[in-house]
Design a protein around this ligand. Sequence first.
Ligand SMILES: NC(=O)c1ccc[n+]([C@@H]2O[C@H](COP(=O)([O-])OP(=O)(O)OC[C@H]3O[C@@H](n4cnc5c(N)ncnc54)[C@H](O)[C@@H]3O)[C@@H](O)[C@H]2O)c1
Length: 292
Amino acid sequence: MIGMCEGRVCVVTGAGRGIGREHALALGSRGAQVVVNDVGAGVDGIGDDSTPADEVVEAIIAGGGQAIANHDDIATWDGAESLIRSAVETFGRLDVVVNNAGILRDRKIVSMTENDWDSVIAVHLKGTFCVTRHAAVYWKGEVDEGRVNDARVINTTSSSGLFGNPGQANYGAAKAGIASFTVIAAMELARYGVTVNAISPGALTRMTDGLQLDDEMKRRWDPALVSPAVCWLASVSSGDVTGQVIESSGIALGVFEGWHRGPRGEAVSTAEEVDAVLRPLLAEARPPQSIR
Ligand SMILES: NC(=O)c1ccc[n+]([C@@H]2O[C@H](COP(=O)([O-])OP(=O)(O)OC[C@H]3O[C@@H](n4cnc5c(N)ncnc54)[C@H](O)[C@@H]3O)[C@@H](O)[C@H]2O)c1
């Protein structure tokens, strides 16, 4: 049987563990040629270990698939460039980028250090940009040479960024930024035959192992249940879908709706007039949705 991702060359960042590992295994078992990227960092982003990425590659190959390991740091410009280059040099082309790598440095704002902020923004927001940017240059080059792409960027946002979650100002800001980046990149890259979407996952991994879940919830929070939507987005079937944020977990498959203009009034010319105009509009506006 031909897999739904047959012949697609897919880069998955942070694919040594957790959700990214499941993406890589699912893509590999559906015929994709997978570049399994992971620095092997701790959940806080500290340290490196080549073992997780290497083991995922072994598992894909043992299942009859094709994969290579890559240990570049995607939070750096050069690391992201080297990752994209290794995909093209090994498999001769690039079809899909899954930006999944992530770290956590949860702290309330009053205790958060500059390094906590910078590290989280670097891996999530800058890393998503860097990998996408180098891939986009490759796809633009293909179009310049007269070839047609049917390519994908699949980013990873979070309900923490979409709804807000105290203690995660750095992480939530990065994830909200990734949702906005997704919308803008979808607009810019359409001309090169590239769709750009994001998933918002939920899964039991080392990132979420502090959550108290009953057995049924643990079953539904299996990270493998996040990957079906990623395989579909990576496949040629999803070519008409771009700029979307898709909720994907063992709890639900859904679509997140972005910002909409709410109630509006006449513009004012002085600060003294704002209260009378804005307060009724604030009362009329839908309250923000909560994370739960
Ligand atoms: N687990 C959840 O419920 C959940 C919810 C919302 C969003 N997410 C997002 O899903 C993604 C995967 O999270 P997870 O729960 O599987 O976490 P995880 O810690 O199990 O896996 C993340 C992987 O990313 C790798 N990584 C970290 N920094 C890297 C870098 N600079 N370069 C390359 N690899 C790097 C790590 O080594 C690790 O293997 C993250 O973006 C996370 O923010 C997870």
